[in-house]
Write a protein that binds this ligand. Sequence first.
Ligand code: FES
Length: 80
Amino acid sequence: MNNSSDPQTGPIEVSVAADETYYWCRCGRSKNQPFCDGSHQGSEFEPLAFTAEKTDKVWLCTCKNTANAPFCDGSHEKHD
Ligand code: FES
């Protein structure tokens, strides 16, 4: 079990529905990655709201280093 607040390193594939709004965890503390579960409270972070353009499967970043949030851009592979 990983009970730390360390972000995972790889992206998570999730199904999103067209025109639905999702809240991507930006702080790394959520136990419901890649989505916000409210654990950011008391930190400097706020979740990123995004609306899916279409019903699809997407890869959402969990390392929080992506330059294309909330989507994975491969940045996790640049870490040791
Ligand atoms: Fe991480 Fe809300 S729990 S932004």
